[in-house]
Design a binder for this molecule. Structure first.
Ligand code: UT7
Length: 326
Protein backbone atom coordinates (compact mmCIF):
# COMPACT_ATOMS: atom_id res chain seq x y z
CA UNK A 1 0.00 0.00 0.00
CA UNK A 2 1.38 3.42 -0.96
CA UNK A 3 2.32 5.81 1.80
CA UNK A 4 0.74 9.28 1.73
CA UNK A 5 1.26 12.38 3.80
CA UNK A 6 -1.87 13.54 5.64
CA UNK A 7 -2.65 16.73 7.58
CA UNK A 8 -3.39 15.47 11.07
CA UNK A 9 -5.13 17.49 13.79
CA UNK A 10 -2.88 17.03 16.83
CA UNK A 11 -4.43 19.64 19.13
CA UNK A 12 -7.65 21.60 19.52
CA UNK A 13 -8.37 24.76 21.53
CA UNK A 14 -11.16 27.27 22.00
CA UNK A 15 -11.73 30.59 23.69
CA UNK A 16 -14.92 32.47 24.54
CA UNK A 17 -14.88 35.96 26.06
CA UNK A 18 -16.12 36.17 29.66
CA UNK A 19 -19.11 38.42 29.08
CA UNK A 20 -22.34 36.54 28.38
CA UNK A 21 -25.31 38.35 26.83
CA UNK A 22 -28.62 36.58 27.42
CA UNK A 23 -31.67 36.76 25.17
CA UNK A 24 -33.43 38.60 27.98
CA UNK A 25 -30.76 41.28 27.98
CA UNK A 26 -31.15 41.73 24.23
CA UNK A 27 -34.92 41.92 24.61
CA UNK A 28 -34.42 44.96 26.81
CA UNK A 29 -32.49 46.66 23.98
CA UNK A 30 -34.39 45.65 20.82
CA UNK A 31 -37.92 44.56 19.92
CA UNK A 32 -37.46 40.82 20.39
CA UNK A 33 -38.11 38.10 22.96
CA UNK A 34 -36.32 35.14 24.48
CA UNK A 35 -39.13 32.94 23.17
CA UNK A 36 -38.75 34.12 19.54
CA UNK A 37 -34.97 33.70 19.54
CA UNK A 38 -35.09 30.23 21.14
CA UNK A 39 -37.86 28.94 18.90
CA UNK A 40 -36.51 30.27 15.60
CA UNK A 41 -32.78 29.70 16.21
CA UNK A 42 -32.08 27.62 19.33
CA UNK A 43 -29.93 30.44 20.75
CA UNK A 44 -30.18 31.27 24.46
CA UNK A 45 -27.05 33.38 24.92
CA UNK A 46 -23.89 34.60 23.21
CA UNK A 47 -20.44 35.74 24.36
CA UNK A 48 -19.21 39.25 23.67
CA UNK A 49 -15.59 40.41 23.58
CA UNK A 50 -14.56 43.11 26.06
CA UNK A 51 -13.80 46.54 24.59
CA UNK A 52 -10.06 46.03 25.02
CA UNK A 53 -10.08 42.64 23.26
CA UNK A 54 -9.25 42.46 19.58
CA UNK A 55 -10.03 39.43 17.47
CA UNK A 56 -6.31 38.58 17.54
CA UNK A 57 -6.50 38.33 21.35
CA UNK A 58 -9.30 35.78 21.08
CA UNK A 59 -7.31 33.89 18.44
CA UNK A 60 -4.15 33.88 20.58
CA UNK A 61 -6.00 32.33 23.54
CA UNK A 62 -7.51 29.59 21.36
CA UNK A 63 -4.15 28.97 19.66
CA UNK A 64 -2.29 28.68 22.99
CA UNK A 65 -4.78 26.06 24.18
CA UNK A 66 -4.49 24.12 20.91
CA UNK A 67 -0.68 24.17 21.13
CA UNK A 68 -0.77 22.84 24.71
CA UNK A 69 -3.16 20.07 23.60
CA UNK A 70 -0.76 19.17 20.77
CA UNK A 71 2.29 19.22 23.06
CA UNK A 72 3.80 21.99 20.94
CA UNK A 73 4.97 25.52 21.66
CA UNK A 74 4.81 28.76 19.68
CA UNK A 75 8.42 28.09 18.67
CA UNK A 76 7.27 25.07 16.64
CA UNK A 77 4.72 26.97 14.52
CA UNK A 78 5.83 27.66 10.95
CA UNK A 79 2.45 28.64 9.52
CA UNK A 80 -0.71 30.41 10.68
CA UNK A 81 -3.87 30.45 8.56
CA UNK A 82 -6.58 32.50 10.20
CA UNK A 83 -10.17 32.70 9.04
CA UNK A 84 -11.95 35.89 10.01
CA UNK A 85 -14.44 38.44 8.76
CA UNK A 86 -13.67 40.86 11.57
CA UNK A 87 -9.90 41.52 11.41
CA UNK A 88 -8.04 43.77 13.87
CA UNK A 89 -7.05 46.03 10.96
CA UNK A 90 -7.61 46.12 7.21
CA UNK A 91 -3.96 45.08 7.10
CA UNK A 92 -1.70 43.46 8.17
CA UNK A 93 -3.45 40.13 8.23
CA UNK A 94 -4.65 39.19 11.71
CA UNK A 95 -2.62 35.98 11.30
CA UNK A 96 0.58 38.08 11.28
CA UNK A 97 -0.58 39.92 14.42
CA UNK A 98 -1.26 36.55 16.08
CA UNK A 99 2.20 35.37 15.03
CA UNK A 100 3.74 38.39 16.81
CA UNK A 101 1.58 38.06 19.92
CA UNK A 102 2.32 34.34 20.23
CA UNK A 103 6.02 34.90 19.59
CA UNK A 104 6.25 32.42 16.72
CA UNK A 105 9.37 32.35 14.55
CA UNK A 106 9.33 33.78 11.03
CA UNK A 107 7.10 31.61 8.86
CA UNK A 108 3.93 31.88 6.82
CA UNK A 109 0.95 33.89 8.12
CA UNK A 110 -2.15 35.05 6.26
CA UNK A 111 -5.91 35.39 6.59
CA UNK A 112 -8.65 33.58 4.71
CA UNK A 113 -11.93 35.39 4.12
CA UNK A 114 -14.85 33.11 3.41
CA UNK A 115 -17.09 34.35 6.24
CA UNK A 116 -18.86 31.49 8.07
CA UNK A 117 -17.22 28.92 5.77
CA UNK A 118 -13.82 30.37 6.63
CA UNK A 119 -12.62 27.56 8.87
CA UNK A 120 -13.31 24.84 6.29
CA UNK A 121 -11.62 26.95 3.61
CA UNK A 122 -8.64 27.68 5.92
CA UNK A 123 -8.25 24.00 6.77
CA UNK A 124 -8.13 23.09 3.10
CA UNK A 125 -5.57 25.83 2.37
CA UNK A 126 -3.34 24.68 5.25
CA UNK A 127 -3.73 21.08 4.05
CA UNK A 128 -2.16 22.21 0.77
CA UNK A 129 1.02 23.04 2.69
CA UNK A 130 1.07 20.40 5.43
CA UNK A 131 0.23 17.39 3.26
CA UNK A 132 2.97 18.41 0.81
CA UNK A 133 5.60 18.68 3.51
CA UNK A 134 5.76 22.49 3.29
CA UNK A 135 4.67 23.07 6.88
CA UNK A 136 5.62 20.92 9.87
CA UNK A 137 3.33 22.64 12.36
CA UNK A 138 0.45 24.84 11.24
CA UNK A 139 -2.10 26.70 13.30
CA UNK A 140 -5.51 26.93 11.65
CA UNK A 141 -7.70 29.42 13.48
CA UNK A 142 -11.26 30.68 13.17
CA UNK A 143 -11.73 33.88 15.17
CA UNK A 144 -14.47 36.49 15.13
CA UNK A 145 -15.81 39.56 16.88
CA UNK A 146 -19.10 39.46 14.96
CA UNK A 147 -20.88 41.60 17.57
CA UNK A 148 -18.84 44.57 16.24
CA UNK A 149 -20.31 44.15 12.78
CA UNK A 150 -23.94 44.24 13.82
CA UNK A 151 -26.61 46.88 13.38
CA UNK A 152 -28.14 46.90 16.87
CA UNK A 153 -31.37 48.36 15.48
CA UNK A 154 -31.89 45.35 13.16
CA UNK A 155 -33.57 42.63 15.23
CA UNK A 156 -33.39 40.23 12.28
CA UNK A 157 -29.59 39.97 12.62
CA UNK A 158 -28.37 41.41 15.93
CA UNK A 159 -29.74 38.52 18.02
CA UNK A 160 -27.95 35.84 15.99
CA UNK A 161 -24.23 36.35 16.46
CA UNK A 162 -21.53 36.06 19.12
CA UNK A 163 -17.75 36.36 19.55
CA UNK A 164 -15.15 33.63 20.03
CA UNK A 165 -12.22 31.73 18.57
CA UNK A 166 -11.22 28.14 17.92
CA UNK A 167 -7.96 26.67 16.69
CA UNK A 168 -6.38 23.42 15.62
CA UNK A 169 -2.75 22.38 15.20
CA UNK A 170 -2.12 20.55 11.94
CA UNK A 171 0.94 18.37 11.52
CA UNK A 172 2.00 15.98 8.75
CA UNK A 173 1.44 12.31 9.44
CA UNK A 174 2.18 9.31 7.24
CA UNK A 175 -0.85 7.29 6.23
CA UNK A 176 -1.45 4.17 4.19
CA UNK A 177 -3.73 5.98 1.77
CA UNK A 178 -6.87 4.43 3.22
CA UNK A 179 -9.90 5.80 5.09
CA UNK A 180 -8.35 4.41 8.29
CA UNK A 181 -5.63 7.09 8.10
CA UNK A 182 -5.64 9.92 10.58
CA UNK A 183 -5.95 13.35 8.96
CA UNK A 184 -7.97 15.25 6.39
CA UNK A 185 -9.53 12.67 4.09
CA UNK A 186 -12.09 14.51 1.97
CA UNK A 187 -13.15 17.96 0.98
CA UNK A 188 -15.75 19.90 -1.03
CA UNK A 189 -15.71 23.71 -1.30
CA UNK A 190 -18.23 25.87 -3.14
CA UNK A 191 -18.91 29.56 -3.84
CA UNK A 192 -21.74 31.31 -5.67
CA UNK A 193 -21.06 35.03 -5.96
CA UNK A 194 -24.42 35.68 -7.61
CA UNK A 195 -26.05 35.33 -4.17
CA UNK A 196 -24.09 38.20 -2.63
CA UNK A 197 -27.17 40.25 -1.77
CA UNK A 198 -28.52 37.57 0.57
CA UNK A 199 -25.73 38.06 3.12
CA UNK A 200 -23.11 40.81 3.04
CA UNK A 201 -21.66 43.82 4.86
CA UNK A 202 -22.71 47.21 3.49
CA UNK A 203 -19.30 48.82 3.83
CA UNK A 204 -15.68 48.28 2.85
CA UNK A 205 -12.40 50.02 2.14
CA UNK A 206 -12.87 50.14 -1.60
CA UNK A 207 -16.57 50.95 -1.55
CA UNK A 208 -17.14 53.63 1.07
CA UNK A 209 -14.07 53.50 3.33
CA UNK A 210 -16.24 52.22 6.17
CA UNK A 211 -16.60 49.00 8.11
CA UNK A 212 -20.34 48.74 7.50
CA UNK A 213 -22.95 46.47 9.06
CA UNK A 214 -24.00 42.90 8.42
CA UNK A 215 -27.12 42.61 6.22
CA UNK A 216 -28.97 39.37 5.72
CA UNK A 217 -32.14 38.12 4.10
CA UNK A 218 -32.34 35.39 6.69
CA UNK A 219 -35.18 33.37 5.27
CA UNK A 220 -33.55 33.36 1.80
CA UNK A 221 -30.23 32.19 3.25
CA UNK A 222 -32.12 29.55 5.20
CA UNK A 223 -33.71 28.27 1.98
CA UNK A 224 -30.32 27.66 0.40
CA UNK A 225 -28.59 26.35 3.51
CA UNK A 226 -29.94 22.83 3.92
CA UNK A 227 -29.79 21.96 0.21
CA UNK A 228 -26.33 23.47 -0.41
CA UNK A 229 -24.74 22.05 2.71
CA UNK A 230 -26.17 18.59 2.12
CA UNK A 231 -24.78 18.48 -1.42
CA UNK A 232 -21.31 19.50 -0.19
CA UNK A 233 -21.39 16.93 2.62
CA UNK A 234 -22.20 14.13 0.17
CA UNK A 235 -19.40 15.36 -2.14
CA UNK A 236 -16.86 15.53 0.71
CA UNK A 237 -17.82 12.02 1.84
CA UNK A 238 -17.40 10.75 -1.72
CA UNK A 239 -14.02 12.52 -1.94
CA UNK A 240 -12.96 10.73 1.25
CA UNK A 241 -14.38 7.40 0.09
CA UNK A 242 -16.63 7.01 3.12
CA UNK A 243 -20.37 6.72 3.74
CA UNK A 244 -21.96 9.70 5.53
CA UNK A 245 -23.58 7.18 7.89
CA UNK A 246 -20.15 5.96 9.02
CA UNK A 247 -19.04 9.25 10.61
CA UNK A 248 -18.77 9.34 14.38
CA UNK A 249 -19.48 13.05 14.80
CA UNK A 250 -21.18 15.70 12.74
CA UNK A 251 -19.72 19.13 13.60
CA UNK A 252 -21.69 21.76 11.67
CA UNK A 253 -21.34 25.52 11.51
CA UNK A 254 -23.68 26.83 14.18
CA UNK A 255 -26.07 29.26 12.46
CA UNK A 256 -29.46 27.90 13.43
CA UNK A 257 -30.54 24.73 15.27
CA UNK A 258 -33.22 24.18 12.62
CA UNK A 259 -30.52 24.14 9.88
CA UNK A 260 -28.38 21.66 11.84
CA UNK A 261 -31.34 19.37 12.28
CA UNK A 262 -32.53 19.83 8.69
CA UNK A 263 -29.15 18.79 7.28
CA UNK A 264 -28.83 15.85 9.68
CA UNK A 265 -32.35 14.65 8.78
CA UNK A 266 -31.76 15.01 5.05
CA UNK A 267 -28.53 13.01 5.26
CA UNK A 268 -29.84 10.40 7.69
CA UNK A 269 -27.37 11.39 10.40
CA UNK A 270 -28.50 10.31 13.86
CA UNK A 271 -29.19 13.37 16.02
CA UNK A 272 -27.06 11.92 18.85
CA UNK A 273 -24.01 12.37 16.58
CA UNK A 274 -24.56 16.13 16.12
CA UNK A 275 -22.41 18.53 18.15
CA UNK A 276 -24.53 21.61 18.81
CA UNK A 277 -23.22 24.70 20.61
CA UNK A 278 -25.68 27.16 19.11
CA UNK A 279 -27.57 27.57 22.41
CA UNK A 280 -24.53 28.87 24.30
CA UNK A 281 -22.34 30.37 21.56
CA UNK A 282 -24.86 31.63 18.96
CA UNK A 283 -23.33 32.09 15.48
CA UNK A 284 -19.61 32.84 15.78
CA UNK A 285 -19.05 32.65 12.00
CA UNK A 286 -15.60 31.16 11.19
CA UNK A 287 -15.05 30.28 14.86
CA UNK A 288 -18.11 28.10 15.28
CA UNK A 289 -16.76 24.79 13.92
CA UNK A 290 -13.45 24.77 15.83
CA UNK A 291 -15.31 25.91 18.97
CA UNK A 292 -17.79 23.05 18.60
CA UNK A 293 -14.92 20.63 17.96
CA UNK A 294 -13.17 21.91 21.08
CA UNK A 295 -16.33 21.50 23.12
CA UNK A 296 -16.76 17.90 21.99
CA UNK A 297 -13.10 17.02 22.62
CA UNK A 298 -13.06 18.65 26.06
CA UNK A 299 -16.26 17.02 27.28
CA UNK A 300 -14.92 13.62 26.17
CA UNK A 301 -17.42 12.86 23.41
CA UNK A 302 -14.96 13.22 20.52
CA UNK A 303 -12.01 10.83 20.78
CA UNK A 304 -8.79 10.31 18.82
CA UNK A 305 -9.28 8.03 15.83
CA UNK A 306 -12.90 9.00 15.28
CA UNK A 307 -14.27 10.12 11.93
CA UNK A 308 -15.52 13.73 11.87
CA UNK A 309 -17.67 15.55 9.34
CA UNK A 310 -17.67 19.35 9.31
CA UNK A 311 -19.72 21.73 7.18
CA UNK A 312 -20.54 25.42 6.86
CA UNK A 313 -22.29 28.01 4.72
CA UNK A 314 -21.95 31.77 4.82
CA UNK A 315 -21.66 35.06 2.96
CA UNK A 316 -20.56 34.87 -0.64
CA UNK A 317 -22.41 32.65 -0.70
CA UNK A 318 -19.66 30.22 0.21
CA UNK A 319 -20.10 26.74 1.60
CA UNK A 320 -18.25 23.51 2.04
CA UNK A 321 -17.64 20.35 3.99
CA UNK A 322 -14.73 18.18 5.00
CA UNK A 323 -14.11 14.75 6.48
CA UNK A 324 -11.25 14.08 8.82
CA UNK A 325 -10.13 11.35 11.16
CA UNK A 326 -8.90 12.76 14.45
O1 UT7 B 1 -24.03 31.88 9.28
C1 UT7 B 1 -24.35 32.43 8.06
C2 UT7 B 1 -25.54 31.83 7.48
N1 UT7 B 1 -26.71 32.31 8.15
C3 UT7 B 1 -27.74 31.54 8.28
O2 UT7 B 1 -27.68 30.40 7.90
C4 UT7 B 1 -29.00 32.13 8.85
C5 UT7 B 1 -30.17 31.58 8.13
N2 UT7 B 1 -31.43 32.14 8.50
C6 UT7 B 1 -32.04 31.93 9.71
O3 UT7 B 1 -31.46 31.31 10.58
C7 UT7 B 1 -33.45 32.42 9.90
O4 UT7 B 1 -33.96 32.82 8.65
C8 UT7 B 1 -33.58 33.58 10.90
C9 UT7 B 1 -33.34 33.06 12.32
C10 UT7 B 1 -32.57 34.65 10.57
C11 UT7 B 1 -34.98 34.15 10.84
O5 UT7 B 1 -35.95 33.15 11.06
P1 UT7 B 1 -37.20 33.00 10.07
O6 UT7 B 1 -38.04 31.94 10.63
O7 UT7 B 1 -36.65 32.80 8.68
O8 UT7 B 1 -37.93 34.39 10.22
P2 UT7 B 1 -38.21 35.52 9.12
O9 UT7 B 1 -36.97 36.23 8.78
O10 UT7 B 1 -39.01 34.94 8.01
O11 UT7 B 1 -39.15 36.49 9.96
C12 UT7 B 1 -40.39 36.04 10.51
C13 UT7 B 1 -40.96 37.12 11.40
C14 UT7 B 1 -41.01 38.49 10.73
O12 UT7 B 1 -42.19 39.12 11.16
P3 UT7 B 1 -43.46 39.17 10.20
O13 UT7 B 1 -43.00 39.86 8.95
O14 UT7 B 1 -43.86 37.74 9.97
O15 UT7 B 1 -44.45 39.96 11.00
C15 UT7 B 1 -39.84 39.22 11.35
O16 UT7 B 1 -40.01 40.61 11.38
O17 UT7 B 1 -40.14 37.27 12.58
C16 UT7 B 1 -39.82 38.66 12.75
N3 UT7 B 1 -38.50 38.75 13.40
C17 UT7 B 1 -38.36 38.82 14.74
N4 UT7 B 1 -39.25 38.84 15.74
C18 UT7 B 1 -38.78 38.91 17.00
C19 UT7 B 1 -37.29 38.75 12.81
N5 UT7 B 1 -36.34 38.84 13.76
C20 UT7 B 1 -36.97 38.88 14.96
C21 UT7 B 1 -36.54 38.95 16.30
N6 UT7 B 1 -37.46 38.97 17.27
N7 UT7 B 1 -35.24 38.99 16.61
Amino acid sequence: MSKVLRSVVTGVGGYLPDRIVSNEELARRVDTSDEWIRERTGITQRHQAADHQQVSDLAVEAARRALVAAGRTAADVDMIVLATTTPDLTFPATAAIVQRKLGCPIGIAFDVQAVCSGFVYALSVADGFVARGRSRCALVIGAETMTRLLDWTDRGTCVLFGDGAGAVVLEPGEGAGTTADRGLLGLALRADGTKQDLLYVDGGVSTNRQTGHLRMQGNQVFRHAVVNISEAVVAAAADAGIEVSSVDWFIPHQANQRILEGVARRLGIDETKVISTIAQHANTSAASIPLALDQGVRDGRIKPGQLLLMEAMGGGLTWGACVLRL
